[in-house]
Write a protein that binds this ligand. Structure first.
Ligand code: ZN
Ligand code: ZN
Length: 307
């Protein structure tokens, strides 16, 4: 069995309410199962209901053990951690993996600061569970039991990792929070600081970096890809914010021969009706020309890579 269940897919802030019932209002959390092993990607507000599920249904079979992989430490990706009930239960064993942007602040401190009296009534060193922290760079990890996790730096305002999880020959890839690389040097000859050589070098680097992302997700059975904006929104005012457009995401996964794409990191202002309309619009485009299966990620939905 190799599955991924979505517990949170919403950007920036939890947005509960009548307009987000269908696609969900919790921020990021994915539950990945490789038979008996539990991997959790991100600890946004969606990790709270996941924790409650684990305590209610699985604690009776033995202590909760999981590897948590953080894509990065932006608040919407870690804010649920203090409400993840298993951290208060003796016997729980967690290994938290994640990138570290500032060497003087280890991952434990970044996560643990949330659990200090200034922000929360329980301090990190009062937790009854056993928690190990492992900082990650670009690497390939052997998690045992036939599971490998490969990491790749993405293009985001803070150090952020994409994950490629392989198990029984099936592949799950996450590419969020990410926007395509673009040339930071002037490319317009009429600009006073235009330098043709630097402009050309910039173009080549951008091409190479974007190609590396495509290679990272090549032949994935499922790719969960950032797509916070439409191309129109992206170009008009969102460039440099660290997120992709639907158009870029779809083209990239198509080039990478991905089989299924879950469009992810929904904008907090996007309603269910709007997401449904966009899903229909992009599905029709894709269905006419390719075998790629496309859908908007839905909170609560379980996807099978292997039954
Ligand atoms: Zn972010
Ligand atoms: Zn984010």
């Amino acid at each position: 069995m190799f599955t991924v269940k979505i517990w949170g897919d919403r950007g920036s802030m939890p947005v509960p309410g009548g307009d987000t019932v269908l696609f969900g209002g919790n921020t990021f959390c994915l539950e990945v199962r490789c038979d008996k092993r539990l991997l959790i990607i991100d600890a946004g507000s969606g990790i709270r209901p996941l924790g409650d599920y684990l305590v209610k249904n699985e604690l009776k079979h033995g202590p909760i053990k999981a590897d948590i992989f953080l894509t990065h430490t932006h608040w919407d990706h870690i804010m649920g951690f203090p409400m993840f009930t298993p951290i208060y239960i003796p016997g729980t064993e967690l290994t938290i993996h994640g990138p570290v942007s500032f060497e003087d602040e280890p991952l434990e401190k970044v996560i643990g600061t949330q659990l200090s009296y200034r922000y929360w009534p329980v301090r990190h060193d009062e937790l009854s569970s056993s928690i190990k922290y492992k900082s990650l760079q670009e690497t390939k990890l052997d998690l045992g039991d036939g599971i490998t996790v490969t990491t790749k730096y993405l293009n985001h305002p803070v150090l952020c990792l994409g994950y490629r999880i392989e198990y029984h020959g099936k592949v799950l890839v996450t590419i969020y929070d990410h926007e395509p690389y673009s040339n930071v040097f002037p490319t317009d000859p009429s600009q006073p600081d235009y330098d043709p050589e630097i402009a050309k070098e910039g173009e080549e680097t951008v091409k190479e970096e974007n190609q590396k992302i495509i290679e990272f997700m090549t032949n994935a059975d499922y790719c969960i890809h950032d797509s916070q904006y439409t191309a129109k929104e992206y170009v008009s005012s969102k460039k440099g914010w660290g997120h992709s457009s639907y158009e870029y995401a779809i083209n990239a996964v198509y080039k990478a021969r991905v089989k299924n794409v879950l469009l992810f990191h929904h904008d907090p202002a996007r309603t269910d009706a709007e997401l449904q309309e966009l899903e229909l619009f992009y599905s029709e485009k894709v269905n006419n020309k390719t075998t790629l299966h496309l859908e908007m990620a839905r909170e609560g939905k379980l996807y099978y890579l292997e039954p």
